[in-house]
Design a protein around this ligand. Sequence first.
Ligand SMILES: [Zn+2]
Ligand SMILES: [Zn+2]
Length: 84
Amino acid sequence: MGFDLDRFADPVDPDLKCQLCSKVLEEPLCTPCGHVFCAGCLLPWAVQQRLCPLRCDRWECPPLCTPLTVALLLCSCLEGPETV
Ligand SMILES: [Zn+2]
Ligand SMILES: [Zn+2]
């Protein structure tokens, strides 16, 4: 599941929050429809439902990928903005 918001000194960008657990993305995975969720939140859902938790179009096959930009943003958030 995601990181608690109180682990971040600054307000977290809504784009970096998981809409399943409402926390900050942990091991973000990008769906074919462009939504991003924690791996721990998305995978159980994806295995069972074979569709986006936000009810987007059904996935043809589940090519989940880690969005590099989100991962990089999260790294900079966790380390604190001063270190950038
Ligand atoms: Zn989550
Ligand atoms: Zn979607």
